[in-house]
Design a protein around this ligand. Structure first.
Ligand SMILES: [Zn+2]
Length: 564
């Protein structure tokens, strides 16, 4: 017996020596459920296989450990009651009595049992991942679905897992929110949210904040500054986020959704036309301008309609009607328009309701500061036709726009007024610094191969730029009569860096023979410039033409002045 053991040990030694000659074990970083496992013995990689101390890994995964060094036997009771057992010098272990094979023999180092870790991590419910170089290893534990218990005075969001995890709460403002990071964990679903709507808490959201190192993040969207506490479970396997007063035996809270309660259309004292939607809880909002028929579509994500909301007819000359529809992922409010013009979207939160207001208010173009941006310049010529360079056409059209606006007593600022290079980020920065009311970038298009496409298109990026893009495209099509390539959303630097309504127009294709000829004509450039001015007027004033009444008033003023 004694001899047999000695022989076995000798064989193992020889194998170990051979392996170390072939591929020396390399110490690696191993994190289990957010905690670094250091050993001894330190985790290492040998022949592309992760080895490490089984007891430390099992303990971090929530198991209770019993190590009997004389027998060379390690047993573990997992949080779910499962029994695992390892023995020294064998290439398997037992999971509830069933044999699970290991890719190599277990052994003892530094007084503890070491084994290839991947099958063991899997048996204990962990998920092993590594970086490309196999130097950093992470064992992630899955979190349970959040359970929310409480009443009007407070509640707890309970999160459970099988690993000994550490949570930390931090706060952010604008808007107020608290977030919990759980290191070494992943949420039960890749991302999600749940509406709460009490104790000043709007909702809970979750997602995987990072994969390596793994961090599960739970965000609590707050209505105001509010204390959120992380209370770990006694056994360390998760904990609760507490808001307000919570005793511990409160019932589970029902799942709630933002309810659309009513829609109103009204006129304010300062002549704005407003569509207002009242909801029971804040909902995520996005919006876009759609054609046929012209309308603004508000999309309230996750919202529900409980009672029938009748279709309403518009007031004044801007809104034709408003309709609310239930969609798969929320509520859609269609605001049908009689006329296209700029609008504002505002959200307010009161004690009883959350309101979205879409308002239209006419303004005078001449009270607005407009920035016109002739694309390219200097060393950057932009697109090339047979004769024309884009930078020259853009500058000429932009100068014509500025001149026309000046002739109508309105002000435009140019990002360049000669053939010079200006960086894209600088152009966007000028617009921001001067807090202009609209930004229009003038360009001409080109295809990789000449004469393959033609027509007019307008680009925007942010939703607040959508309406200006729609209006300018319409005016350009009317004035130039080219093919309608549509209004498109794209991340061009000059239009994505601003909160300001910012659009980029591509008048025509410079490497299309017929369109280059058109662009060489002063009257076509004048028509393009006129279209942009008409579009801007439509956008701010609700109609493209100069109001005739204003001329009369000016004449009267002139006469009065002459008489004085
Ligand atoms: Zn260009």
């Amino acid at each position: 017996m004694q001899l047999k053991h000695t022989l076995l040990a000798a064989t193992l030694l020889i194998i170990a020596v051979r392996i170390s000659v072939a591929d020396a074990p390399a110490e690696v970083y191993l994190q289990v459920a957010g905690q670094q496992v250091t050993g001894p013995p330190a985790p290492c990689v040998e022949n592309n296989l992760l080895w490490g101390p089984v007891d430390a890994v099992a303990r971090a995964l929530g198991a209770e450990i019993n190590w009997q060094p004389e027998q060379g036997r390690l047993t573990a009771t997992a949080p779910n009651g499962q029994q695992l057992q390892w023995e020294v010098g064998v290439a398997h272990f037992w999971q509830d009595g069933q044999e699970v094979s290991l890719p190599a023999l277990t052994s003892v180092a530094g007084g503890v049992l070491v084994a290839p870790l991947p099958p063991i991590v899997e048996a204990l419910g962990g998920e092993l991942s590594a970086n490309k170089e196999l130097i950093r290893f992470y064992v992630t534990v899955p979190m349970s679905q959040p359970v929310i218990r409480g009443n009007d005075e407070g509640f707890a969001i309970e999160l459970e897992t099988n690993g000994l995890v550490i949570g930390e709460v931090k706060y952010l403002d604008d808007p107020y929110r608290a977030y919990l990071n759980i290191h070494g964990a992943r949420p039960h679903s890749p991302s999600g949210r749940r509406y709460i709507g009490q104790c000043g808490v709007w909702r809970l959201r979750w997602g995987q904040f990072s994969d390596r190192p793994p961090i599960a993040r739970y965000v609590i969207d707050l209505k105001e500054e509010q204390q959120v506490t992380w209370l770990p479970r006694a056994d360390g396997r998760g904990g609760s986020l507490i808001v307000g007063k919570f005793e511990g035996d409160e019932p589970e809270l029902p799942i709630r959704y933002p309810q659309l309660e009513r829609i109103r259309i009204y006129q304010t004292n300062n002549q704005a036309t407003v569509v207002q939607a009242d909801l029971s809880l804040p909902a995520e909002l996005d919006y876009e301008v759609l054609a046929q028929p012209w309308r603004i579509r508000l999309h309230l994500r996750d919202a529900r309609i409980t009672q029938q909301i009748p279709r309403q007819r518009g007031r004044g000359e801007i809104i034709k009607g408003v309709e609310a529809l239930a969609a798969d992922d929320g509520v859609i409010i269609e605001v049908y328009l009689d006329k296209l013009m700029r609008f504002d979207i505002e959200k307010t939160d009161t004690q009883q309701a959350w309101q979205v207001r879409l308002s239209f208010q006419k303004a005078r173009l001449c009270d607005k500061l407009i920035m016109i941006d002739p694309g390219h310049g200097g060393k950057d010529s932009g697109a090339r036709g047979r004769k024309l360079l884009e930078k020259d056409v853009n500058l000429d059209v932009a100068m014509r726009i500025a001149q026309r606006l000046a002739a109508q007593d309105c002000t435009a600022i140019l990002t360049r007024d000669c053939d010079v290079f200006v960086g894209l980020f600088d152009r966007a920065k000028f617009a921001r610094q001067l807090a202009v009311d609209a930004f229009v970038s003038i360009h001409c298009n080109a295809m990789p191969r000449p004469d393959t496409n033609w027509g007019t298109e307008t680009y925007y990026y942010t939703p607040q730029s959508n309406m200006l893009a729609v209006i300018l495209q319409q005016q350009l099509l009317e004035a130039l009569g080219r093919k309608d390539n549509g209004v498109r959303q794209a991340r061009f630097v000059v239009i994505r860096e601003n909160e300001i309504p910012s659009v980029l127009v591509e008048l025509m294709y410079l490497n299309h023979q017929q369109e280059e000829q058109l662009l060489s004509k002063p009257e076509v450039r004048a028509a393009a410039a006129e279209a942009v001015v008409r579009g801007l007027r439509q956008y701010f004033e609700g109609r493209p033409d100069m109001p005739t009444i204003q001329t009369t008033v000016n004449e009267e003023n002139a006469t009065n002045k002459a008489a004085q």
